[in-house]
Design a protein around this ligand. Structure first.
Ligand code: ADP
Length: 535
């Protein structure tokens, strides 16, 4: 295409080529062709423009959606923290309508502790013109706190002004999780601090990777990276390593009481070894051990055991002494009482009245001494003799007791009744004595009514509960514990005879059979003596 033809076509389009000249122009067809080409070019350009406009509209829509609905807050801020623009999520974060936030400061929405952080962040972003991030917290309308990660850059706005573009991502859940984790860790730390537990973690080769610091036996630097072989004696280390290997090999918890020597002193621990797993919980990574120091408990236990043994020994000694003393006293006493009774028989009424009185007291004293020694001997025999148990039918046993007490029963006109009783494995001699004492007392401590005694037995969870009920003088509640002690009597001998040993014997017999004895009573209302015999 020659230059002049394009030139003429352009002139024509500019209305600069008069029509009368054009029609005369020999290049007319070429000029018209040029005009057609030009028109096609224009149409193409037009289509391009429309497409670009459509693309722009689509991009704008995308941008709008992204800007407003991406789950992040977009803010444009000036250096003083005034919000120049924000997206809908940004408005949601601040809990206000967008229209009420534009051109207003961000400050009032921030929690007090986030305010200095925010302004410092803006300063650094503007000063360095580099991308910066910080964590900000907001108080929402319900008063709950929300946390955001703010990431900012400096950009130019359409007027060429520097503005801060800030993206805010909600990290509240992460913060809450961190808080919960910190709280859990804090609780764990405090619990450990105040507990006598020493906690350690060892890897698969049983090298220490962590110890709970408050324990003073080892410091962290003593222990980390080392094995039990470096810390304990050979024997202790072998014992500990074997237990820990067992936990590693079986994947099962191991729990033992152990004794180790530390600083030349024996120490006892209640040791729990738990297999430890990697973060995902799949792979065995070592062992976690909790050592509870029970040295003190062991010492107390030892002291208790020693003193219990001591007590048992001295008790046995005392019993032996009581037995020997009462046994050996019997002989001279028999002599004394034999001879004073002889004196009484031969010389009563032959000397002066004073002598008769003296002899009476001597005979009475000797008799009392005899029954005392008899009862003491009975008491000390219970502890000395091995219990010989056999199957005892209690109905027959009571029959025997009633025969033993026949004279007393007849003299007092007592009515003794009993329910059908069980058959149990007991020491028959001791149980006979027990019932004899209780029924004897029930008859002895009677009021002005004729004595009525009733014996019964009831089966309970793992024992039989026996009761001996009377209609006698009763026992005031305040005295009810005392009467089971040796020599404790509630009456003078003038009122009711006795040595004060009978119930002590009963208590000893019941306890030797693994049971307990007690009384329920009120003064003047009769008494019920209860005792249990395990099955
Ligand atoms: P003793 O019968 O030789 O006095 P016990 O040890 O048998 O000694 O009894 C201690 C005391 O308990 C008695 O002195 C009496 O005061 C009281 N006691 C025992 N049994 C009865 C009972 N069935 N009724 C009222 N008091 C009783």
């Amino acid at each position: 295409m020659s230059h002049s033809i394009r030139h003429k076509a352009e002139a024509l389009l500019r209305d600069d080529y008069p029509l009368e000249d054009l029609v005369k122009d020999k290049d007319l067809p070429k000029i018209l062709h040029e005009l057609r080409v030009h028109q096609i070019e224009l149409e193409l350009q037009n289509e391009e423009l429309i497409r670009t406009q459509q693309e722009l509209a689509t991009a704008q829509k995308k941008y709008f959606d992204l800007y407003n609905f991406a789950p992040v807050g977009y803010f444009t801020l000036d250096r003083s923290g005034v919000i120049l623009d924000l997206n809908l999520i940004g408005a949601e974060i601040l809990g206000r309508e967008k229209g009420r936030l534009v051109n207003k400061p961000m400050l009032p929405h921030l929690s007090p502790e986030a305010r200095p952080v925010f302004f410092h962040h803006l300063d650094v972003v503007y000063d360095t013109e580099t991308r910066q991030s910080c964590e900000l917290s907001f108080k929402n309308l319900t008063g709950a706190k929300t946390y955001f990660l703010a990431e900012s850059v400096v950009a130019q706005d359409s007027n060429g002004q520097s503005v801060c573009r800030m993206v805010m991502t909600d990290i509240t859940w992460r913060k809450e999780a961190e808080k919960a984790l910190r709280k859990g860790e804090e609780r764990f730390r405090i619990a450990l601090l105040n507990s006598p537990v020493f906690v350690t973690e060892q890897d698969q080769n049983l090298r220490y990777i962590w110890i709970h610091n408050s324990h003073r036996t080892f410091s962290t630097s003593d222990v980390i990276g080392k094995t039990d072989a470096v810390l304990f004696s050979d024997a202790d280390a072998t014992m500990l390593t074997n237990l820990k290997r067992q936990a590693l090999e079986t994947g099962q918890m191991v729990h033992r009481e152990i004794k180790v020597t530390l600083n030349n002193e024996p120490r006892y621990y209640d040791l729990t070894i738990e297999p430890a797993y990697d973060g995902l919980g799949h792979q065995l990574s070592g062992v976690l051990c909790a050592y509870v120091d029970i040295t003190h408990v062991k010492e107390v236990e030892d002291a208790l055991r020693t003193s219990a043994e001591e007590l048992k020994r001295s008790n046995a000694e005392l019993e032996q002494f009581a037995y020997v003393a009462s046994h050996d006293l019997q002989e001279p006493l028999r002599m004394i009482s034999g001879y004073v009774q002889l004196l009484e028989r031969r010389y009563k009424g032959q000397l002066d009245p004073d002598a008769d009185e003296f002899i009476f007291y001597a005979v009475d004293g000797a008799k009392r001494m005899q029954s005392l020694i008899h009862d003491l001997l009975a008491l000390s025999r219970i502890g000395r003799r091995e219990r010989v148990v056999s199957e005892v039918n209690f109905n027959q046993l009571i029959e025997q007791v009633l025969i033993n007490l026949q004279v007393t029963i007849e003299q007092s006109q007592a009515a003794v009744t009993y329910d059908p009783l069980p058959t149990l494995m007991v020491d028959p001699t001791q149980l006979t004595q027990l019932f004899q004492n209780l029924i004897g007392n029930a008859i002895k401590f009677c009021s002005d009514r004729l004595p009525e005694v009733y014996i019964s037995a009831r089966q309970q969870a793992d024992h039989w509960l026996f009761s001996v009920r009377d209609n006698g003088i009763g026992i005031p509640p305040a005295q009810q514990d005392r009467i089971f002690m040796i020599f404790q009597r509630l009456h003078g001998r003038g009122e009711y005879p006795g040595t004060g040993i009978g119930l002590a014997i009963c208590k000893k017999i019941v306890e030797r059979h693994g049971g307990t004895i007690w009384v329920e009573s009120q003064a003047d209302q009769g008494s019920v003596f209860y005792f249990t015999i395990p099955q």
